[in-house]
Design a protein around this ligand. Structure first.
Ligand SMILES: Cc1ncc(COP(=O)(O)O)c(C=O)c1O
Length: 395
């Protein structure tokens, strides 16, 4: 595949974003295509963490809650996430896990639409989203409707007046399909419902435009395209217009208006800070806070263009050179997230053999080879290497 390699190298040379790879530490000889599961380590983060542990914790001790900016880190990191998802800085807070945050925003969202007794979710959602939505429905006495996006218009035409929240994932974790966030949000709004999006597989990979599209609620992972490290805390987003009536279903002292007054009754903090509950995991939080700096000066439209160029090349070369694999991810760029999923009857074995040859992807039931393409550190040359290895392991 010499001609393909020359073409890929020319594409990398012409794209200024290829230089972003230098901001990450990745082992030599590895093509890392699992950044949609665990993002790579930004090169400056080890020194930040070393300072947090040795100086801030080890020497400055309790004073670091103020001096080290520990107390305000959920909002500080939230403002950095806000830039990536197109929200206002005071609409995002980094806290808890995606599962817990989804619980919080779904319950809070349902309370913002009293009298409506249905919650809509996507049947193929990541399992935690389904479990959490079912638990919220159960607790609040709502009916859970599993509605595919293609059926949402008909569902809302029949039951829209009774739907409190429509909760979908922006990019399908298994197929890599990108849903029409503006269109589906507008449908929900026309029925008077709130829209809620899980951005785990889109934030940091493509522009989301939450405020522009009027999205009400959102959540997402910190450890995928945001590169916050294993178990990094997640974030939640609540649009400003809902802050006045917003209640946290898990109120805790760190979300109180005056946490250190230690009052016996709860008064929520301003804006989205009221969605905080307990003490944040400071080490993980500060790793994420630092990791977010990697993307703060990056033009997201250019990053999206690079991502589509990479995934487009991968789809094209797999189609041309690896007939045993079926491309599951939509070929239409407008419907493609930042991953390419390939079906193969021995997908698990293919993923294992690929890894043994230095190309790291992952397997998803039942038959999917999932290749995450994080545009900041994956190159067009990596794509050609991947296809060469795929030809070897899945001839
Ligand atoms: C769409 C989606 N939501 C949520 C999660 C995980 O949530 P949590 O941070 O609670 O583990 C994942 C993890 O892969 C995911 O893909």
């Amino acid at each position: 595949m010499e001609a393909e390699r020359r073409r890929a190298e020319a594409l990398d040379a012409a794209d200024p974003l290829t230089a972003l790879r230098g901001r990450f530490l990745l082992p030599d000889g590895v093509v890392y295509l699992d950044g949609n599961s665990l993002g790579a380590l930004p090169a400056h983060v080890p020194a930040v963490l070393d300072d947090v542990v040795r100086r801030q914790w080890g020497t400055d001790l309790i004073a670091s809650w103020e001096a080290g900016g520990w107390w305000t880190a959920p909002e500080r990191a939230g403002a950095k996430v806000a830039r990536l998802v197109g929200a206002h800085p005071d609409e995002v807070v980094v806290t808890d896990s995606t599962s817990v945050d989804l619980f919080k925003v779904l319950a809070a969202g349902a309370r913002l639409r009293p009298g409506r007794a249905r919650l809509v979710v996507e049947p193929g959602s990541f399992p935690t989203d389904l479990y959490v939505a079912a638990a919220v429905a159960d607790l609040l006495g709502l009916q859970l409707d599993r509605v595919a996006p293609a059926d949402l218009a008909a569902h809302l035409a029949a039951h829209g007046g009774d739907v409190a929240v429509v909760a979908y994932s922006h990019v399908d974790y298994r197929t890599g399909e990108l849903l029409d966030l503006p269109g589906l949000t507008a449908l929900a709004h026309r029925a008077g419902a709130l829209s809620c999006w899980d951005l785990s597989h889109s934030a940091g990979a493509l522009p989301v435009g939450l405020a522009e599209h009027g999205v009400d609620l959102a959540v997402g992972c910190g450890y995928k395209y945001l590169n916050g490290g294993p178990g990094a805390p997640a974030y939640l987003v609540v649009a400003r217009r809902h802050h006045g009536a917003l209640t946290n279903p898990l109120p805790g002292w760190t979300g109180h208006a005056r946490p250190f007054a230690m009052e016996g009754s709860y008064e929520p903090a301003a804006a989205v800070s009221r969605m905080r509950s307990g003490t944040p995991p400071v080490l993980s939080l500060l790793a994420l806070d630092a990791a977010l700096d990697v993307l703060q000066d990056v033009d997201l439209a250019a990053l999206r263009a690079r991502s589509l160029s990479l995934t487009g090349l991968l789809v094209e070369l797999v189609g041309a050179h690896v007939p045993s694999l079926r491309v599951v991810t939509p070929r239409d760029p407008a419907r493609r997230g930042s991953q390419v999923s390939l079906a193969h009857p021995q997908a698990q074995r293919v993923v294992r053999d690929l890894a043994a040859r230095g190309v790291v992807g992952d397997f998803r039931e039942p038959d999917v080879v999932r290749l995450g393409v994080a545009a900041p550190y994956v190159t067009h040359a990596d794509v050609v290497t991947t296809v060469e290895r795929l030809r070897e392991v899945a001839p």
